[in-house]
Design a protein around this ligand. Sequence first.
Ligand code: HEC
Length: 201
Amino acid sequence: MNKLISYLFVGILFISCSAKDDYPGVEYAPNMYHSVPYEPLSQVKDEEIGSWLDSNPEDGHGEFYNSNPYNPYGMTMLEPVPNTVKRGGYLPYRIHKDSFEIAALVKSPIEDGDEVLKEAKILYDRFCVHCHGEKGMGDGSVGVVYKGVTAYNSRAVKDKSEGHIFHVITHGKGRMWGHGSQISIEDRWKIVKYVQTLQKQ
Ligand code: HEC
């Protein structure tokens, strides 16, 4: 009889610990794996967990999942303010599309280098070559049909500054459409480096 009772006891012990759905099950020493300070990224609401775990749900603080009661979604880390520029990123380019004179004075933030030119060539081949052609003569397969694609080494373009080229890529000019929405600022500056090599031929 004693044996049976002890088997039953052990059996119940196993069953009673099982987790189910959202219920985490009985947690041994929960302070060791749930942090005491607010969880920076957690969006778990204490009220949801609270019905099982929180000894005092009224105050909005969970005992184990410490979501921040003062911020939206219980987050501690807030989302950045709109238009925030990430560190190490580029400021948004805000020169008006008609302001070519101002744009021409802007200096490239990118250093020269073989690595940059290699990446720039890949980008040029992806976005420009079909109109402007391998050597920038305006003889790409689309360019010959589209017509009016200026050669980079023509008198009109060969002395244009890096800022001007960046502006043209961003907003377009005349019959060329802007690429600002498709190519990141950094990649546009890289392409400028490559176009400059074609201007000098
Ligand atoms: C759909 C074809 C097309 C594509 C794609 C294209 N361009 Fe152009 N591009 C043109 C045409 C057409 C002109 C001539 C614009 C004008 O003056 O009317 C031009 C002109 C230019 C000029 C000379 C601007 C000036 O001051 O006269 C530069 C520089 C230039 N493009 C760079 C690029 C770069 C870099 C890319 C790739 C990111 C690119 N283009 C993609 C068609 C294209």
